[in-house]
Design a binder for this molecule. Sequence first.
Ligand SMILES: NC(=O)C1=CN([C@@H]2O[C@H](COP(=O)(O)OP(=O)(O)OC[C@H]3O[C@@H](n4cnc5c(N)ncnc54)[C@H](OP(=O)(O)O)[C@@H]3O)[C@@H](O)[C@H]2O)C=CC1
Ligand SMILES: CC1=C(/C=C/C(C)=C/C=C/C(C)=C/C=O)C(C)(C)CCC1
Length: 329
Amino acid sequence: MGCLTNCLCCPLLFWPSIIGLAAYLLRKYMQGGQFTKQTDETGKVFIVTGANTGIGKETVLEIAKRGGTVYMACRDMNRCEKARKDIIRETNNQNIFSRELDLSSMESIRKFAAGFKKEQDKLHVLINNAGVMHCPKTLTKDGFEMQLGVNHMGHFLLTHLLLDVLKKTTPSRIVNVSSLAHTHGSINTADLNSEKSYSRIGAYTQSKLANVLFTRELAKRLEGTGVTTNSLHPGAVDTELLRNWKFLENPFAQLLAKPLLWVLFKTPRNGAQTTLYAALDPALKDVSGLYFSDCRPKEVSAAAQDDKTGKFLWAESEKWTGVNSTKVD
Ligand SMILES: NC(=O)C1=CN([C@@H]2O[C@H](COP(=O)(O)OP(=O)(O)OC[C@H]3O[C@@H](n4cnc5c(N)ncnc54)[C@H](OP(=O)(O)O)[C@@H]3O)[C@@H](O)[C@H]2O)C=CC1
Ligand SMILES: CC1=C(/C=C/C(C)=C/C=C/C(C)=C/C=O)C(C)(C)CCC1
């Protein structure tokens, strides 16, 4: 108490103490909703894409603690194996596997799905988590703009290839990690592949809007099958997602950004909470087509409620990926 009084009375310490306390309280507030229900996932099979770092790795860690069998689907097998070992060391759950999946290659997606189905005849939860943001203009191996290609088209194809096994494992779930960024997005019906003009932010927000539209359309098509699907915003989370913001590599920019990120962004562990809620909460067994944020339902943007755009995106996605969903029964 005496120390606190001294701090507050000394003018040199007064403002730093107030700012420090405010930053600490704001950080606590920004960590957001928590999924606190205890569940036992023993015997259940999960796939998490982009599982070697960030939100994906923390999602796997928590499912592993609860006894689930998890396939970590990653593009870089060294990073994947390192993360898998960390998770096994921490949880002692041996049923954690790393498998190669590059969402920027349809060949890799098909290979992953075929390999998984050879090993497992059950899939309780597919978590479409992997993502890229703010990429310079690049194309996937199949010529799709990278952010739409990885974040939406890759997961669209993966989901379709796994639907048969999800349907055999009902009740089962598909969780799509979208973003609040979808509210700034629009689907460029005239130039979906950003061929005429490209914006790093525009392509990301379009891809995250695509995640929500895909979820809503898929939920309708899966009605009555026992497979549900929901999308979510994990919060602003301090992960490697900002890796393409090159200015953050500058030490001076880092000096400014680090404290801001510490105060305003969630830790990856807290960033995984809404994914865990969507994937594991027993109360959501029959809930489908919704969008969550901070472990509760949240309304989506007007663009994300536009069923006509949803159908346009679905038809284009089928064309691009070669999926024929009339066969999805
Ligand atoms: N962080 C945030 O503030 C927010 C994140 N999100 C969403 O959360 C999800 C997870 O992101 P986050 O954990 O933050 O980001 P990270 O960059 O930390 O993790 C992204 C993961 O996706 C993987 N990935 C990237 N490209 C591919 C690919 N072609 N094939 C397979 N895997 C790939 C990465 O693999 P590798 O390590 O090999 O690159 C990595 O494992 C994303 O969908 C993102 O859009 C949404 C809102 C806010
Ligand atoms: C704080 C902060 C920044 C803000 C980044 C933001 C606000 C990113 C949001 C990302 C989201 C929400 C992605 C999810 O899809 C900058 C500009 C990098 C500079 C360094 C400090």
